[in-house]
Write a protein of this length. Structure first.
Length: 212
């Protein structure tokens, strides 16, 4: 019953409309977007990545990328069904799966879509954490597509923090929200497992200061 409600078009439309209306109250600032946009315009591939706790702040602002047909991996859980529906409504191509279920198939789907459309996004510690731990999927996808990895962060001067594993936060109405893109990170392919782990750890250490 719950899954049917979460998957219904009417409910997804309602949730997407509420998120859009609510997010329009934010006083938004975007920092350092142009470098990766220039790389994309020049024919390169980009995978944006963020922490699970900050995902909400990106939902509405990222509608402006819908013409680029970006891809996003979302879990196969019942809650993921709703998130996937909202993301699709906002213009994202969703690939269902996660590290805990359907991960390999979803990763291959993401690789195919990033190669085709050259833009994707990935939640590096989702869907269950642990918080602050970058999982290896982003490294595999970047290596296979030749994409530059671009960390992104969201902060708000006023927000509600949930009692979840990652302290998921939602900015309060009329909060000052800042979306900041980090520098592009290359992930060259290599057969050495130690190099793979070094790349994963480098990305993790790069992004850890962005947790709030």
């Amino acid at each position: 019953m719950k899954r049917r409600i979460l998957a219904s078009r009417a409910f997804i439309f309602l949730v997407a409309w509420v998120i859009r209306a609510y997010s329009r109250t934010f006083r938004l600032t975007v920092v350092n977007e142009q470098p990766w946009r220039d790389h994309l315009a020049a024919g390169g591939c980009v995978i944006l990545c963020c922490w699970h706790q900050q995902f909400f702040s990106f939902i509405h602002p990222f509608r402006k990328f819908r013409e680029l047909r970006p891809s996003l991996m979302i879990s196969q859980s019942s809650d993921g069904t709703l998130v996937a529906g909202v993301a699709h409504h906002m213009g994202w191509q969703t690939v269902r799966g996660s590290s805990s279920r359907g991960g390999l198939k979803a990763m291959l789907g993401m690789i195919q879509k990033v190669r085709e459309h050259r833009l994707g996004a990935h939640i590096v510690d989702g869907p269950r954490g642990p918080i602050g731990a970058v999982k290896g999927g982003i490294i595999h996808m970047a290596r296979e597509t030749g994409a530059m990895v671009v960390p992104m962060y969201a902060t708000a001067d006023r927000a509600w923090h949930f009692r979840s594993w990652d302290r998921f936060f939602v900015p309060k109405p009329f909060a000052r929200v800042c979306i900041r893109f980090g520098d592009m990170v290359a992930m060259p392919a290599c057969d050495d497992p130690a190099r793979f782990e070094a790349q994963r750890l480098h990305l993790e250490q790069t992004m850890l200061p962005g947790l709030v």
